[in-house]
Design a protein around this ligand. Sequence first.
Ligand SMILES: Cc1cc2nc3c(=O)[nH]c(=O)nc-3n(C[C@H](O)[C@H](O)[C@H](O)COP(=O)(O)OP(=O)(O)OC[C@H]3O[C@@H](n4cnc5c(N)ncnc54)[C@H](O)[C@@H]3O)c2cc1C
Length: 491
Amino acid sequence: MVVIGAGPTGLSAAYHLGRDAVLLEQTDRVGGWCRSIEDRGFTFDMAGHIMFSNDPYVHRLYEMLLGDNVHWQDREAWIYSKQVYTRYPFQGALYGLPSDVIKECIVGAIEARFGSLQPRRGGDDGGGNGDDYTGPERRGMFEPLMKRAPRYKGAERRRPVPHKGAPRNFEEFIYKVWGSGIAAHFAIPYNRKLWAVPLDEMETSWLGGRVPLPNLEEMIHGALSPVAKPMGPNARFGYPLRGGFQALMNGFLPHLEGPLHLETRVAAVSPSRHQVTLDDGTALSYEFLISTMPLPRLVRLMGDEAPADVRQAAAELRHVSVRCVNLGVGRENLTDKHWIYYPEDTVFHRIFVQGNASPFCNPPGGFGLTCEITYSAAKPLPVDGDALIQRCIEDCHRVGIFGPDDPVWAANQVDMPVAYVVYDHSRAANVTLIRDWLSSQDIVLAGRYAEWEYYNSDHAFVAGKKAAEQVAEMRQPPSLSYPAAVTLSAK
Ligand SMILES: Cc1cc2nc3c(=O)[nH]c(=O)nc-3n(C[C@H](O)[C@H](O)[C@H](O)COP(=O)(O)OP(=O)(O)OC[C@H]3O[C@@H](n4cnc5c(N)ncnc54)[C@H](O)[C@@H]3O)c2cc1C
């Protein structure tokens, strides 16, 4: 059994496969995008990474991987806009924003649910009927607020074409579900910045539980008084005390029973011969192949062996890249926040406060920050190299997270060419077509970039486990009905 990639998915798959797995990793360390780097005493992750899961199985895995090298904190997630900090999610904590912004957000959310508050001609009071989706079309709900809303860079207004029924794309979802005020002041500019692709080119199946929907009562409450720090299991996140997020990945190493080959890149895959070729020319046969590498690349490695429609589908899959600018500042405790979203005109859309993930991520007297910048063909990096670092430092000064008098002890960049998969309208059909053909070739896809899904590392752990179970099932002749629990029960 060959597993391509020793990120969280490949590690989990190899762990669950036991002695049968040969794990191939192109870099010199395990962890994939969950690796960490060290620079002048600072530990930085490859973009901000935290541990969070509601799955008891994942929590057992956390314990196995980290033991007591972990600490749990109540999250401090904030947004910086209009020169004030408000708690995340934006719609639930408007307190502190300018009063006209608060009014637009609340009126917009009410109108999204009940219809326009503007009196209608002919004596009709315009009251809503509770139909979220017919309101905009019949009452033109976007119009009045969009005219009043102030303009700022990165938030150019484009009136969505209203229509009946459920939102057809992410942009419509934002207007119809959250309303025009939240759309204008946070959701549209932030998501345009983050996704780096037009939002009407995205569908919404990926939102799942990720996007909190507005509750009007809570929204009004959160506008009138400061919102308390979120508490409880859903507000808590874990992080390795020592060693950065990498420590969670390294936790697999003592548990792998099969061989792990680092600095070993798969350069070609031949489904017909059931063979992978490494970049040094070595050929390796497999019975089943589990791939965790990015799906379009896997298909490219097969050359003409992949049918034309599969190659076409793979070529259509879209992604967004992330550049992290890591800054090690020579002052302790710059902020008590864990991460901050920036919907306005900073080059970065988020700062992950690495220095608060664990105190051991900082050298004495220092404090680490990761500025995250997405880019794509539609939204290239505005500058690169040292100029990008300089731009981040200047933007940090501008938003006040540290000042010109604070020394920058460390500054480096990490590039993540395939970071977010884009849920465009053809993604699901394309992935299904590719996956079905690969499955007929004894190739199982697992993980965020192989399944082209918005997975976090906890989902990746589960995806690796499922792939191992799937292979175990595929190996057994149906008549034997081999109990997967025999090999996998302890895991
Ligand atoms: C900006 C950002 C923030 C995130 N934040 C969080 C977070 O807070 N919490 C969280 O849990 N998750 C987070 N994630 C998600 C997490 O990083 C992914 O879910 C996880 O890395 C996916 O693991 P994977 O093993 O499927 O893929 P990867 O991590 O990409 O691992 C794939 C591995 O395959 C290797 N590989 C590729 N091609 C080849 C080849 N040809 N030959 C050999 N090896 C190859 C790669 O080197 C890599 O090691 C975040 C992701 C991003 C982009």
